[in-house]
Write a protein that binds this ligand. Sequence first.
Ligand SMILES: [Zn+2]
Ligand SMILES: [Zn+2]
Length: 578
Amino acid sequence: MRNAEIAAALRELGVLYELDGADRFRVLAYRDAARAIAQSPISAEQLSAEDRLTELPGVGKTIAEKVSTLIAEGEIPAAAKLKQKFPATLVEVTRVPGLGAKTAKLIYEEIGVENLEQLKQAAEDQRLREIRGLGPKAEENVLSALEGVTEDGLGERLLLSHVLPIAEEIRGDLLEMGVGSRIEIAGSARRWAETCKDLDLIAITDDPGALAEALATHGLSAEARGGGREKASVLTHSGLSVDVRFGSDENFGNLMQHFTGSAAHNVQLRERALARGFSVSEHGVAKTKGKKVHRFAEESGVYELLGLPYIEPELREGRGEIEAAESGELPELVSVDDIRGDLHCHTTLSDGRNSLEEMAEAARKRGYAYLAVTDHSASHGFGDDVSPRRLAKRIEEVRAYNESAPRGFRLLAGSEVNIGNDGEPDYPDKLLAELDWVIGSVHTNFRMNERKMTDRVIAAMEHPLVDCIGHLTGRLLLRREPYGVDVERIVEGAARTGTMMEINGNPNRRDLNEHHAKLAAEAGVTIVCNTDAHGVDTLDNISYSVATARRAWLTAGQVANTRAWRSFAPLRKRAKES
Ligand SMILES: [Zn+2]
Ligand SMILES: [Zn+2]
């Protein structure tokens, strides 16, 4: 049994418990265990056989026993029992983004919706609005969420942060085994998309058989999925489908170009090629008249033949990049090396895992010139509330650190304040004024209507001591839909008030998303790339934030924290006010 199947069964059981009204902690326990098993590089079946399943984070004895029954008998008795209580198809209804078990159960009990088809019908017939708490907006959301279902299947996509480590590990191991002389990541992972359907690798190899064998027996592989002369495919324990294409020195560039995509980019490129008498495919660029086929070791050759400069993978989405390349107007994209400091992270003072000193040291080692420590404010609700008095003490600690800090590095005393229902921050102004940097974020009361939520964020931006808005839409990729906000109005408000907006680099968030970030930058809003790190390890998430900035076509000049502190500092609203 693959990890993905075991995880799916646990997730289903969690949802069934939730439908049955179990307490939140029990439901969360199953969800966490499912995630740990799905992401485990080792076979859970094997771990279970060795009685080692509880070594996975979040997997306790009870869940380990359920898994071993599942493997032995093909089902979990508790789940089978609950499935007699609710229609089995109701579980898929709970997975529609924005619904959840509570709402699904309500819709089931009130108007008898048992499956996705009935849900769609109910939304189309405007019957959801008959249910308390749901309105026309909910119907709209359901219909747009279900549109995604037919295209991609619900929940089959994986986060990029799940895919990239697998890609790097397989790539590294195959290279080390010597079954390929060059192996690169292609596809949506190379374009740094938010989520991926599968993983494409391109390999130069003179022994495809050996490579296929090495891939099939790799520790991450759960099963071989066939292949042939052109590729080998496997499915990993975590449910990721991996294709490795075989190439040579002669056509590596053609394969990279073709399999990096996107489909939209390649369609536009093929149209351009046709107009010039060429046809483009993974096999090469062929003259439509005649037999000559151009093959290239590097993909820049493909673009050059079509009269274009090289186009960065993050731009290849069919959003005007070919026209921009044609007219010499491709942006010089910001890169991770341009970033001079991080302006959003947490320590043990709130819900972080490392101390102030540890975070500072890690930032300094990365070569940063500054790090703003922005623990959650008082009314947050994650526990560990930072009282005004404790924050005042934190400011002292930061000042003391800077007294003896190594040259060229400084800590900034900051806070991530919760934006209240009317847009007010939850510390007194006098205290906020003592800080170097304040991020305002919405962490509570997500279910406001769009107009109210927009007003709320704009009100926060009007505050002279709120320097930046954190993770604007509150979305969690594949888990929680963004709350409704009018991004255009907010961007306009940010430009008017001089409030910065962050691209949050938590790979679950990437918020602003690439469309919003582009919109904001074009409106003249100052953008910062942050990690929202909750430990020294997640400072690495700057690569996801920068990737979103690159997919938004941003240059280093458009990202404020590529500047040294002395030229960043005056950009803050608080610096302009005084
Ligand atoms: Zn936050
Ligand atoms: Zn945060």
